[in-house]
Write a protein that binds this ligand. Structure first.
Ligand SMILES: [Zn+2]
Length: 110
């Protein structure tokens, strides 16, 4: 179990995004392979906001000064978009296929 630097909640390592600092920029470590000290955070805007307000990344990574979290935010924003479009397309597909399967094929014997 790891602690999210944003909400301080505990979560499985796989549920948290590992973030490392490279020259003042926070970088999402998607494969968990980047060297150096990492901070764990939920891939959620709420937790990034909390972490930013508390300067939790600087503290967790032991880096003085402000850190640029735009890359992490872009990544989290992309995740949220993907999720909403997935749900949308799944819902539409199931409605369409339900319509398609009903008529014709049974009324016309081959
Ligand atoms: Zn969190």
């Amino acid at each position: 179990m790891r602690t999210c630097v944003g909400c301080r909640g505990k979560a499985a390592k796989s549920d948290l995004l590992r973030v490392v600092e490279v020259e003042g920029v926070l970088v999402p470590d998607l494969r968990g392979r980047l060297p150096g000290r990492g901070a764990s955070v939920h891939p959620a805007r709420r937790c990034l906001d909390l972490a930013e307000r508390r300067r939790a990344f600087s503290r967790a990574l032991r880096v003085p000064g402000p850190l640029d979290d735009s890359r992490v935010r872009a990544y989290v924003g992309g995740l949220a978009e993907q999720r909403s479009t997935d749900q949308h397309s799944t819902r539409r597909d199931s409605t369409e296929s339900a319509f398609r399967t009903v008529p014709e094929s049974r009324s016309r014997p081959r």
